[in-house]
Design a protein around this ligand. Structure first.
Ligand SMILES: Nc1ncnc2c1ncn2[C@@H]1O[C@H](COP(=O)(O)OP(=O)(O)OP(=O)(O)O)[C@@H](O)[C@H]1O
Ligand SMILES: [Mg+2]
Length: 445
């Protein structure tokens, strides 16, 4: 084309090449014009046809490298009318890629956040058993800090024998569950394979759940049922035994009276236990409403002392009430506070050898009222102190049972104290005595 333009220009200019091939002055001008024209033409062609293609090519290269060109910097498609359709498609393609990338990224970060904040441990293993993902909960539960473990070492840590290939070739949506213990933790571990879009297995997912609390609750429930059965069986056995003896006849009046007394005592114990259990169950299901009222602390304690005085004096105990003059009013449910203090005092009376000393103190403490019961009784060994608030827990089962105790008193006390926004702490020294300290609110709120 350049040649054609050159020849045409020469012809049109009417110049000729002289015989000696010397370019005339006119020809030089024509040549310069030609070069200039060719340059201008090439710039125009390049701007119109090549530049937009180059830009698209550069943009596509960037996309292939995972970078997105800035759409706002792409000049208006009107600038390249010849390629309007191409440029429109290019821009809309970039917009679609940008939207999809954004959706994908936000989906990924959402999944990441969910995984990281899950209470359950989640781990993913490749087909070669390497860890490809592990969330914080899994690290915490298994005490792993670095990703140096693999499926086998994790299973060893958990004391589990799991067949990797069997799990990996499980049908879609099927899983295997196992239970194990690691330190103080009880864990439930679920293994499931994960697949590609074409349903080829890509590895195994492991979900680790901390079931320590539910195992504990389950054990407490089992223990509770065993305790109730045992506690009911003992009095029932003696009731049956004594009543059969009476029915067999040949007994003196005194014997009949003695056996009947035992039957009556055992029946009373059973009925007390059943009503204690019902009370606990009502509190468990929040069916007990505590209606706090403002009470004069000293008057309330005086009345309670009078209620147990006879029982205390029967054992020769001295009962003393020592209150600070500035003891504030107490804000609690009236019948609860009576039952709480009577339970504590009854324990002191029961577990203090005859002629003991039981003192009740009351006074202000940090915007609250404190009530303290101190006895000089048999005391509680240190190892049992934490457990005395558990249902049916008794330090000396035989001794407590002989005294008619069921081991439910302090568990009821604890529930009631908490229901009245109070606190309770027990301190004791074996063979020296026991000290129970409670605090309660003085006013509403
Ligand atoms: N003041 C105390 N001195 C010594 N031991 C105590 C005292 N108070 C409680 N205990 C111990 O704590 C155990 C639990 O007390 P709790 O009041 O719950 O049951 P209990 O007195 O045996 O039976 P219940 O109160 O149901 O009739 C008692 O069996 C006893 O071993
Ligand atoms: Mg008791």
């Amino acid at each position: 084309m350049v040649v054609i333009v050159y020849i045409t220009t020469i012809i049109l200019s009417g110049s000729v090449i002289d015989t000696n091939n010397i370019i005339s002055k006119n020809n030089i001008i024509v040549l310069v014009v030609f070069i200039l024209l060719a340059y201008v033409l090439s710039v125009i062609i390049s701007n119109k046809f090549i530049v937009p293609l180059k830009r698209v090519e550069k943009g596509l290269k960037a996309v292939s490298e995972g970078k997105l060109p800035d759409i706002s910097r792409i000049k208006s498609t009107e600038e390249f009318p010849e390629y309007q359709e191409l440029m429109n498609s290019y821009v809309s393609m970039l917009k679609v890629i940008k939207k999809n990338t954004f959706d994908l990224n936000s989906q990924e970060s959402k999944t990441e956040i969910i995984l990281e904040h899950m209470a359950d441990g989640v781990m993913a293993f490749s087909t070669t058993k390497e860890i490809v993902h592990m969330n914080k909960a899994a690290m915490r539960m298994l005490n792993i800090t670095e990703v140096e473990d693999n499926f086998d070492s994790i299973c060893k840590k958990l004391n589990l024998a799991a067949d990797y290939s069997k799990i990996m070739y499980l049908p879609n949506y099927q899983s295997v569950e196992a239970k194990c213990e690691i330190g103080d933790l009880a864990l439930s571990v679920v293994f499931a394979p994960f697949f590609s879009d074409e349903l080829n297995p890509l590895g195994v997912i492991m979900i680790i759940r901390n079931i320590t609390d539910s195992v504990k609750t389950d054990n407490v429930r089992k223990e509770f049922v065993a305790n109730v059965s045992h506690e009911l069986k003992t009095p029932l056995t003696s009731i049956r035994g004594y009543s059969e003896t009476i029915m067999n006849g040949d007994l003196t009046y005194q014997e009949i009276m003695r056996f009947s007394k035992v039957i009556n005592q055992e029946a009373n114990r059973m009925s007390r236990m059943v009503s204690d259990l019902l009370q606990l169950s009502r509190m468990d299901y929040n069916r007990v409403s505590f209606n706090p009222v403002t009470l004069n602390t000293i008057d309330t304690l005086k009345k309670i002392c009078e209620k147990v005085r006879f029982e205390a004096e029967e054992k020769g105990h001295k009962l003393e009430l020592i209150c600070s003059e500035n003891t504030p009013n107490i804000y609690v449910d009236k019948s609860s506070i009576e039952q709480i203090v009577i339970n504590i005092l009854t324990n002191s009376i029961k577990y203090t050898p005859d002629n003991g000393l039981i003192r009740i103190y009351a006074g202000p403490i940090e915007n609250r009222v404190y009530i303290k019961v101190i006895d000089n009784g048999i005391g509680i060994p240190q190892k049992d102190l934490d457990r005395v608030f558990e249902r049916f827990y008794r330090v000396d089962k035989a001794r407590s049972r002989k005294m008619g105790g069921t081991g439910l008193g302090l568990s009821i006390v604890k529930e009631m104290v908490e229901g009245n926004n109070g606190t309770i702490v027990m301190d004791s020294k074996l063979n020296e005595g026991t000290e129970v300290t409670m605090t309660f609110p003085t006013t509403k709120g």
